[in-house]
Design a protein. Structure first.
Length: 171
């Protein structure tokens, strides 16, 4: 094994996924613990999740590794989108990894890693999503407007967290 500078092992080469990735980030004017809570409790998620004009109905929610969030997103045009997430890693209040698809057996499900980084009184949230293929990533961007929708979702989160922080509802 080769080593680097300080006698540490060299990092293993990371697989190239840039043509299959979408990375979206935003600084949110709230402490990391509050942003993490808003992302991990169904009572919060149902009030901000999704792009502008969408609402969410949860069928089941269990926030733990191996737990599932089974929900439907309702589009502004009345279209329902069945959604399914299983949590694959949870490190409060720093990181969440998940698998997201239309159902448990969805062959097109994608992986997302969310990181919550404190920066003074603000929090930088980053969503890094990796699709199984470049084609599925491109379809998500072109047909479902995934990049714009991701930005709108984080904007909704920021507005919601600001509201609950202002009203003293956290915790």
């Amino acid at each position: 094994m080769s080593s680097t500078g300080q006698g540490r092992p060299a990092q293993a080469a990371q697989p190239v996924t840039s043509d299959r990735e979408i990375v979206i980030s935003r600084v949110i004017d709230a402490p990391r613990e509050l942003v993490f809570e808003a992302f991990t409790e169904v009572r919060h998620l149902s009030r901000w999740w999704g792009p502008e004009g969408f609402t969410t109905t949860t069928q089941s929610f269990e926030f733990r590794v191996g737990g599932v969030w089974d929900f439907t997103m309702h589009g502004p045009d009345g279209t329902d989108y069945p959604e399914w997430i299983t949590w694959t890693e949870i490190t409060p209040p720093e990181r969440i990894a998940l698998l997201h698809g239309e159902s448990r057996d969805d062959p097109n499900a994608f992986e997302s890693v969310l990181t919550f980084t404190p920066d003074g009184v603000t929090t930088r949230i980053e969503m890094r999503t990796v699709f199984p293929t470049k084609e599925l990533r491109d379809e998500a961007v072109e047909k479902y407007h995934a990049i714009e929708g991701g930005h709108q979702t984080l904007n909704n989160l920021a507005a919601y967290v600001a509201e609950i922080a202002h009203n003293g509802e956290e915790g």
